[in-house]
Design a protein around this ligand. Sequence first.
Ligand SMILES: [Zn+2]
Ligand SMILES: [Zn+2]
Length: 95
Amino acid sequence: MKDYRKKQYYDERWKALRWEVLKRDNFTCSQCGKKKPQEYLHAHHIFYYEGERNVWDYDPIFLVTLCSTCHNDWHRKKENHYLKPIGIRNMAAIR
Ligand SMILES: [Zn+2]
Ligand SMILES: [Zn+2]
């Protein structure tokens, strides 16, 4: 993870966005479908914009709830993660 992002995950603006995403997803991991206590849940960015952008400056539709297990799995497959902004349109169409 980029260094500037690491710090941002302690910011209140990120915590507010994360909470919104967890609530929307009913505290359920969208990968394994398990409902877990919120301390085991993460709001995962489906993609990051290229260049620097605050982690909270994303529309909630670009975030999904993942449990810590599924989140770790996902990030081991890095190639899925860094999609170019052009992918947004496809992603929006899927939803
Ligand atoms: Zn999971
Ligand atoms: Zn993630």
